[in-house]
Design a protein around this ligand. Structure first.
Ligand code: NAD
Ligand code: TYD
Length: 360
């Protein structure tokens, strides 16, 4: 089996690539990534020489490139993670989200459809033309919008109500994937996952940003009153869920992924401060003094919460870690991988990132 994993040099993608390369030595894994600011091959040094792993630098907004790539590799499966993924960036630069998340996804759908079905076929599309093939689209719970009542959860049939340019672009891409499943009978499967955290998380997102700033004794910017709620899942558990759905999920279906693990931002930041104080040998309460309330994010979604019963009951997937344990592991990883963190936060890595970072 040949599988193309897009966005495999990013945070979640690198964990998915690692899992597939090590767990399935008989598969050929192609990591297709444009290496934007968020893509980092240093995430994959441990498996870069594996015989079943190939990295291909390529941009999913380039339809011609994708056509040639699919014709050459002839993949059996696609696991699509490449995306612009940061809400704050989507507020300042929505068009790059339209290009990668919407246009890029449609380009990828077209490349798979044409490569798998052949272009010369006559008559209506039939599912059997795609036997043995699978197009897996990785999406987010943010497409469902913002919850306001404590007893509400996102279910697979919750109406889409995206509120940020990021979530609107992911919602559009989800609609295209389902439309290709319906119209062309492309064998698609989708997942919508809650917020991930763990090793290799790019330090523009809440948890790694806080770890980095605590370490550097810099202010910890909490948006608004810190009362927004996110539902956190360890990234390796997301990768395990992707493995389960890719192999055993029913075609045409959507599965929500989450660990029933909701945290108010301010409570999470306090927990991180306590863990860091302990790890760094600081007096309890030292890091919490760095907490600084800053202007709220525009259109900030109040609460996300996933109901993950479907994947748990139908596919037997369960998160493997409790949050406190996952957070400890994550902090340990960042403390032990100082070079990785220094590299991605240095001006040499990305001027743009450096500018955003120093303005905080
Ligand atoms: P990330 O920003 O860390 O990585 C994205 C990767 O995609 C990078 O390696 C980047 O180089 C690559 N990429 C970007 N534009 C590209 C293009 N035009 N062509 C080819 N490659 C390109 O993102 P992530 O946090 O790992 O998220 C991966 C996927 O999972 C995304 O689709 C995201 O919407 C989804 N998701 C993320 C979370 C989360 O908490 N991070 C939760 C649920 C779903
Ligand atoms: P983030 O990690 O950007 O993920 P998302 O917006 O996709 O959920 O943010 C998580 C939460 O943390 C969100 O409510 C915004 C908040 N936040 C801060 O309070 N300060 C920050 O510096 C960042 C990056 C996020």
């Amino acid at each position: 089996m040949k599988i193309v994993i897009t966005g495999g040099a990013g945070f979640i993608g690198s964990h998915v690539v690692r899992l597939f390369v090590t767990k399935y030595p008989d598969y050929q894994i192609y990591n297709l990534d444009a290496l934007t600011y968020a893509g980092n091959l240093a995430n994959l040094t441990d498996i870069e020489n594996a015989p079943n792993y190939t990295f291909v630098k390529g941009d999913i907004t380039d339809a011609g490139f994708l056509t040639e790539f699919f014709a050459e590799v002839k993949p059996d499966g696609v696991i699509h993670l490449a995306a612009e993924s940061h809400v704050d960036r989507s507020i300042t630069d929505p068009m790059s989200f339209v290009m990668t998340n919407v246009v890029g996804t449609v380009n990828l759908l077209n490349a798979a459809k044409d490569a798998w079905k052949g272009t010369g076929g006559a008559g209506p599309p039939v599912r059997s033309a795609f036997d043995g093939k699978r197009f897996y689209h990785v999406s987010t719970d943010e497409v469902y919008g913002s919850l306001h009542n404590a007893d509400e959860f996102f279910l697979e049939d919750t109406s889409y109500d995206p509120q940020s340019p990021y979530s609107a672009s992911k919602a559009a891409s989800d609609h295209f994937v389902r439309a290709y499943g319906n119209t062309y009978k492309l064998p698609v499967v989708l997942t919508n996952c809650s917020n991930n955290y763990g090793p290799n998380h790019f330090p523009e997102k809440l948890i790694p940003l806080m770890i980095h700033n605590i370490q550097q004794n810099k202010p910890l910017p909490v948006y608004g009153k810190g009362e927004n709620v996110r539902d956190w899942l360890f990234v390796v558990d997301h990768a395990r869920a992707i493995d389960a759905v890719f192999h055993n999920g029913n075609l045409g279906e959507t599965y929500n992924i989450g660990g029933f693990n909701e945290w108010k931002n301010i409570d999470l930041v306090h927990l991180l401060c306590d863990i860091m104080d302990r790890k760094l040998g600081r007096e309890t309460g030292t890091s919490a003094k760095l907490i600084t309330y800053v202007t709220d994010r525009a259109g900030h979604d109040l609460r996300y919460a996933i109901d993950a019963n479907k994947i748990m009951h139908e596919l037997g997937w369960q998160p493997s870690l409790q949050f406190e344990e996952g957070l400890e592991k994550t902090v340990d990883w960042f403390l032990q991988n100082q070079e990785w963190l220094d590299n991605v936060t240095s001006g040499a890595y990305q001027g743009y990132y450096q500018e955003m970072y120093t303005n905080r």
